[in-house]
Design a protein around this ligand. Structure first.
Ligand SMILES: CC(C)(COP(=O)(O)OP(=O)(O)OC[C@H]1O[C@@H](n2cnc3c(N)ncnc32)[C@H](O)[C@@H]1OP(=O)(O)O)[C@@H](O)C(=O)NCCC(=O)NCCS
Length: 211
């Protein structure tokens, strides 16, 4: 796969199966922001394997030129319903577990804080567009702590958008946690349309037509 130079310190390219271990390490060091990083390792690793293997998933990695270390990773799924169905057909229990851990974590976090438990937040997803090959959903974007604030997440999104557009995508969607101001800033800066959801999180959409 071709490496593209961002500047003299970093390269960007599409993610490949050989990046597996580095991506696992990177996601371990980033607080839970994506579905697969909210669960225990025994299903996080297979989930990353599916992400890297499935052609419905577009993935991008940035690595440091000198060390070869992965500094950032982003992935988006076209037709998520089809992707999760494929995943479920291979390992039905794991899909159930992903959903279970996500919902249980939010439920207990709210319970412990003695906040009003929002049934919306526990049981509903943000409103996504119809699941088709033309619309992609971000499943992960993250940059390792020491490489942040250098425009790398911006580069990840730019490259991801280009790849998706080549595959015929017209739009990318993302879910932003209401408690993640850095993610909100990143999406605002990179031109996403952002809508606040009733439960406090945000849904973001980036049209690819004008890219
Ligand atoms: C959110 C995240 C991906 C941003 O990565 P990054 O490489 O630092 O982002 P960039 O350098 O491209 O910055 C993009 C914009 O975000 C904002 N931003 C990023 N870090 C910031 C900080 N510490 N303080 C204030 N603004 C910040 C800025 O507006 C910046 O644009 P600017 O520098 O032109 O003003 C990174 O902080 C991260 O990995 N966080 C943990 C994972 C996560 O939350 N992912 C998002 C889930 S949806």
């Amino acid at each position: 796969m071709k490496n593209n130079e961002i500047n003299q310190n970093f390269f960007i390219r599409e993610g490949e199966k050989k990046d597996r271990e580095d991506i696992i390490k990177l996601t371990e060091n980033i607080p839970s922001v994506a579905q697969f990083s909210r669960g225990p390792l025994f299903f996080k690793k297979p989930f990353i394997d599916y992400l890297l293997a499935d052609d419905l998933v577009s993935k991008v990695v940035i690595f440091e030129s000198t060390s070869g270390r992965i500094a950032g990773f982003a992935a988006a799924i076209r037709n998520p319903l089809k992707f999760y169905l494929r995943l479920g057909l291979r390992h039905p229990l794991r899909v159930g577990l992903i959903m279970f851990f996500r919902k249980a974590k939010i439920f207990f976090a709210n319970f412990i804080k003695k906040k009003n438990i929002s049934i919306n937040k526990v049981f509903s997803e943000p409103v996504w567009s119809k699941s088709t090959d033309k619309i992609a959903r971000v499943v992960f974007i993250g940059v390792a702590g020491e490489f942040r604030e250098r425009g790398l997440a911006t580069e990840l999104y730019l490259f991801l958008a280009k790849i998706l557009k080549k595959k015929g995508c017209i739009k990318i969607e993302a879910h932003i946690d209401g408690n993640n101001p850095l993610s909100l800033k990143l999406h605002q800066k990179t031109g996403w349309k952002i809508k606040k959801m009733p439960e406090g999180d945000y849904k973001a959409a980036l049209e690819l037509n004008n890219l």
